[in-house]
Ligand binder design. Structure first.
Ligand code: PNS
Length: 207
């Protein structure tokens, strides 16, 4: 038993306190209620969950890593979620995992459409580091339609995003929106110049 425990610790499946540990990586740009739901589900299995926010993503992010981690921390405290720590990382996920001594990746699945991307990532991570396993949690069906991208689009166009994100993210999104308001006028938008102006504003919203 002792031998098994030390083996599991070596693989990063148990943390130094003997608790099951997992890393939940992502861009969290911004955190949504769906992410929080996955973190809570992961806590039903793992004693410690590290939310790892990617710093320099190949995808352009709307919020800085500092803003994204701060929104997550505030959301976890708002919902009184304990056992989840927020961290950030750069470079390969498997390298970060080795650095902190973790062996399990947690990812959320909303629908079949997520599967291909997740499958590809899980297999690539396994190829890079065969000892690291990926575990998936299905989100609650009521969050299946939610994504950070859709939330940003709705926020930018003036829609109500409060039911979709924790308060910390709603505040940040609304601040951005007030900085770059979109005035919807039908005819002028069809002109080339206005279209360009609108796209520029759209880019500013996410920088
Ligand atoms: O929330 P996202 O954008 O779907 O998260 C994707 C993320 C950050 C988990 C993924 O892009 C990642 O792990 N990036 C780090 C670079 C890496 O390790 N790439 C190889 C495995 S895909």
């Amino acid at each position: 038993m002792k031998k098994t425990k030390s083996k599991l610790k070596k693989r990063g499946i148990l943390n130094k306190n003997g608790k099951l540990m997992a890393v939940y990586p992502g861009s969290f740009d911004p955190v949504t209620n769906g992410h929080i739901d996955v973190a809570k589900r992961a806590l039903t299995v793992f004693g410690e969950v590290v939310i790892a926010v990617i710093e320099n993503h190949s995808k352009k992010t709307c919020f800085t890593v500092r803003e994204r981690t701060s929104m997550l921390k505030k959301a976890l405290s708002q919902y009184g979620i304990e056992g989840v720590r927020v961290d950030s990382f750069e470079g390969l996920l498997v390298d970060y995992m080795k650095n902190i001594g973790a062996g399990i990746i947690v990812r959320g699945l909303r629908a079949v459409s997520d599967f291909e991307y997740e499958f590809q990532m899980a297999l690539m991570n396994r190829k890079l580091s065969p000892d690291i396993e990926t575990v998936f949690f299905m989100t609650d069906a009521k969050y299946a339609y939610l994504s950070s991208s859709i939330v940003k689009e709705v926020a930018f166009l003036g829609g109500d995003i409060t039911p979709a994100v924790p308060a910390s993210a709603a505040v940040k999104l609304m601040k951005k929106r007030s900085k770059y308001p979109v005035r919807l006028r039908r005819a002028p938008l069809l002109k080339k110049g206005n279209f360009k102006k609108r796209r520029k504003n759209d880019e500013k919203f996410c920088s």
